[in-house]
Design a protein around this ligand. Structure first.
Ligand SMILES: NC(=O)c1ccc[n+]([C@@H]2O[C@H](COP(=O)([O-])OP(=O)(O)OC[C@H]3O[C@@H](n4cnc5c(N)ncnc54)[C@H](OP(=O)(O)O)[C@@H]3O)[C@@H](O)[C@H]2O)c1
Length: 306
């Protein structure tokens, strides 16, 4: 069943490698969603309707919007969602019990805990409690271990979305110098392993890295995920000619959603750049849908890459 995705033959949009091309994450996400829709229909023929349980604790408006967007995307491709909105006072014991119930519920194939959780809850302990088979964010220690071994089926959504963008635009990673500016468990660390799997040479930078510009100027590909425009902007002078720039960062300047990259100037020098919005963001949601269908597939027949 897991091979559903590999059997699908979705036509790629033809792209020639012109200098200064804007990567269209909305379009690539749509192609992923079309593949997911076909996979959902195949699962339904076998009596399985993929179901994602979403868990939102507290009333953080940004988190509520993220969850709503994920639920809407699910309904567009035929994945059903079970919504769990919990008070901000929810205790660790209570969330642990809820996860245990969802782990046992055979109608639920994927569990999404929207992070960050309120202070009294431990993000790591909470996500670690999810069954690895239902871990659609790919964040449990088990799945991270598989990822490091190059064997994971459920991989973190944002890095997977970035790899999908490279594939869609026929960007070969072998032997490329890639700089990732981020070392979080959500973005930088999993992406590092996925890029190594593709034979890239990867350098990870973070807030303590000396001379990030020097690393960037040596990079064929730069992935930046900081989201603090006041302290960091990736400018044209940090990018070598023909580089590929992936902007994961999200922040607000004067109420406007912005990334880490000075897009208008960097695109004059780079070969490809992702915009914010419309780049990595839609891919993250698309890969969540894909992971949910994968989880639904393996719930019936646990097939792995071992
Ligand atoms: N578009 C999407 O779908 C999507 C998905 C996930 C995340 N994001 C965005 O990506 C950004 C990062 O998310 P995250 O969860 O990974 O955040 P995070 O855990 O706060 O990680 C931020 C990373 O940036 C590094 N950093 C911060 N300031 C820096 C500086 N001045 N120079 C160099 N490195 C610096 C930090 O270094 P240290 O480790 O040394 O602190 C850390 O590794 C946020 O804006 C988030 O909204 C977007």
């Amino acid at each position: 069943m897991f091979l559903i995705f590999q059997r699908l033959n979705i036509e790629k949009t033809t792209q020639t490698c012109l200098s200064g091309q804007r990567i269209n994450g909305v379009l690539v996400a749509l192609t992923v969603k079309e593949r997911v829709k076909v996979a959902v229909a195949e699962l339904q023929k076998e009596g399985i309707t993929p179901c994602l349980a979403t868990v939102l604790v507290g009333d953080n408006p940004a988190s509520a919007t993220y969850v709503r967007n994920k639920q809407k995307a699910c309904s567009e491709v035929g994945i059903i969602t079970k919504d769990h909105k919990l008070p901000s006072t929810f205790s660790q014991k209570e969330i642990d019990s809820l996860i245990d119930l969802l782990n046992k519920d055979s109608m639920v194939h994927g569990i999404l805990i929207q992070l960050p959780l309120p202070k009294q809850l431990n993000d790591f302990a909470t996500t670690s409690r999810i069954s690895p088979l239902k871990d659609v964010d790919g964040l449990t220690p088990y799945n991270i271990g598989l990822l490091v071994s190059g064997r994971a089926l459920l991989k973190p959504c944002t890095p997977s979305g970035i790899i999908e963008l490279f594939d869609h635009y026929d960007i070969n990673l072998q032997g490329k110098n890639v700089v990732i500016i981020n070392r979080s468990n959500l973005v930088g660390k999993p992406l590092y392993h996925m890029l190594l799997e593709r034979d890239a040479t990867v350098t990870m930078c973070h807030s303590k890295t000396a001379n990030i510009k020097k690393h960037c100027l040596n990079a064929d590909i730069i992935v930046t995920a900081i989201g603090d425009r006041e302290r960091f902007v990736l400018t044209q002078d940090m990018v070598k000619d023909g580089a590929i720039v992936i902007d994961v960062g999200t922040g607000r300047v004067n109420g406007k959603l912005v990334g880490d990259v000075d897009f208008d100037n960097v695109i004059k020098k780079a070969a490809y750049v992702t915009p914010v919005p419309g780049g990595v963001g839609p891919m993250t949601i698309a890969m969540l849908l894909k992971n949910t269908v994968t989880a639904a597939s393996i719930s019936k027949e646990f097939v792995t890459n071992y």
